[in-house]
Design a protein around this ligand. Structure first.
Ligand code: ACO
Length: 439
């Protein structure tokens, strides 16, 4: 609980006063380390009979967390206290994964050990390869990923009492094997033999080799592409209590096994209002290109409530100024897409579209800015990643974040099953009518 000092310098608990039906209640105020404020309503129903109603949880803090800090008004994002732009410029995805999971940046030896451990954990059980034959041709790889990740629990059963060693292994399995599963699902979708992970390669080169190498063609690893994918993964690694992370916490709060928990997160991420948007952005840019427009007509449709289109990659529940990840990715696009052979006309369309929207009263008045998905698809396109795999790449990046939140919750002092309430709006009590008398 937070405290204030009275005139005599004495600390008193900070409270909020609530008046309901003429009675006054004091509710504790809680402050975070960055000054965020919350009214703790844990005792509200017990003491007043009331609950709170908060559509879309816009004003609801579901937990206390020390993983990631966001200030949506100022466009700040930090993992474990480190600003995202510094991590993007100086770190690697593996290092960031370690930071998110264990709270500190690893030493050189810790990083080396972690990296090796991820590599040693990257093979999936050989019998799982049968699954990939069973999925219908053209299956969305997110469906394959969610299913296969859930099935890991049958091959690597989670012990009833999880000790540190078992937990460490499960975390490494998930971070490493989502990448293997993603590459296998791609190889199967194009009818090529799978490529196994290699102990010689780091996280991203390993993934790109599994995706693009074949018995008749060694993949040509472009350093700029490797760096851009690493950056993409860093920027997607965590984003506090978003839809998929909240799903992970909610599912995990039932003590479901952690493979099923991450599978639930993957399913939540799939939707076009969340991680599925990166794929939709490219569809939108192609539509504009094919209509030979400059984007003005698309923007008009996106503003029309009766039209299904939204400006994909625009708007965010938390960022009301700018999304710092979008800024970093835009710069990365500038760097990557000017390279010979990588120039992409869709980037110019994206820049124009952003400019139109940022000067349009509709977007300005609603604080709608490009989000992480607006430019990320262009990076993935340049790397040769097929559209259907875009959200899968997001899932690979987000896995350490989901696991960090799961771990924080699982070991937390106030761990309880999550169970929101509702305001019931259906029929009041009715008399049962026998079937023969129903009309
Ligand atoms: N295009 C057009 N209008 C928009 C857009 C958009 N991209 N985003 C929001 N709006 C409008 C809404 O219609 C609404 O208008 P109104 O006030 O006239 O009713 C207003 O802005 C507020 O929008 P909400 O949907 O209420 O905002 P919310 O916080 O619930 O949704 C979301 C945020 C889902 C990201 C939304 O902006 C959106 O659908 N964006 C496009 C999809 C997208 O890019 N998703 C990726 C988000 S980032 C991520 O998940 C990794």
């Amino acid at each position: 609980m937070s405290e204030t000092r009275n005139a005599n310098g004495k600390a008193t608990p900070e409270t909020a006063r609530l008046i309901l039906e003429g009675r006054e209640y004091e509710l504790p105020v809680v402050r975070g380390t960055e000054g965020e404020k919350a009214v703790d309503i844990s005792s509200l129903r017990r003491t007043t009979g009331y609950i709170t109603l908060d559509k879309g949880y816009e004003n609801t803090g579901s937990c206390r967390s020390s993983v990631t800090f966001i200030d949506g008004e100022k466009g700040i994002l930090r993992y474990r206290g480190y600003p995202i732009d510094e991590l993007a410029a100086k770190s690697t995805f593996t290092e960031v994964a370690y930071l998110l999971l264990y709270g500190e940046l690893p030493t050189t030896i810790q990083l080396e050990e972690f990296s090796t451990f991820l590599n040693e954990s990257s093979l999936i059980h050989e019998d799982m390869l049968h699954f990939f034959v069973g999925f219908p041709r053209g299956s969305h790889p997110m469906g394959i990923l969610a299913t296969t990740v859930a099935s890991l629990s049958t091959f690597y059963p989670v012990p009833e009492v999880m000790d540190e060693k078992a937990e460490r292994q499960i975390l490494a399995n998930l971070i490493s094997q989502v990448r293997t599963i993603a590459a296998i699902s791609y190889k199967k979708s194009i009818g090529e033999p799978i490529v196994y992970p290699s102990y010689k390669l780091r996280y991203v080169p390993n993934f790109l080799t599994m995706m693009f190498s074949s018995p008749v063609k060694e993949s040509d690893l472009d350093d700029d592409i490797v760096q851009a994918i690493d950056l993409f993964l860093i920027l997607h690694a965590d984003h506090e209590q978003n839809c998929s992370t909240s799903t992970v916490r909610l599912t995990g709060s039932s003590l479901a096994n952690v493979y099923a928990v991450i599978s639930a997160g993957i399913s939540a991420l799939w939707g076009p209002r969340h991680g599925g948007a990166n794929q939709e952005v490219i569809r939108m840019l192609e539509k504009i290109r094919d209509e030979h427009g400059d984007g003005t007509e698309y923007v008009r449709r996106a503003k029309d409530r009766n039209a299904p289109d939204r400006l994909m990659g625009f708007g965010h529940r938390v960022y009301k100024n700018f999304d710092p990840r979008a800024k970093i990715l835009k710069e990365a696009c500038h760097k990557l897409l000017k390279k010979p052979g990588m120039i992409d006309p869709l980037f110019d369309i994206a820049l124009r579209l952003e400019d139109i929207a940022l000067h349009d009263e509709y977007f300005v008045s609603r604080n709608l800015y490009p989000n992480v998905d607006f430019y990320s698809g262009l990076i993935l396109r340049a790397a040769g990643i097929p559209y259907d795999m875009f959200t899968v790449l997001f899932a690979i990046g987000r896995t350490p974040g989901w696991l960090a939140h799961w771990r924080e919750m699982y070991h937390g002092e106030d761990f309880r099953i999550m169970r929101p309430r509702q305001i019931y709006t259906g029929s009041t009590c009715r008399t049962y009518v026998d079937r023969s008398r129903r009309r």
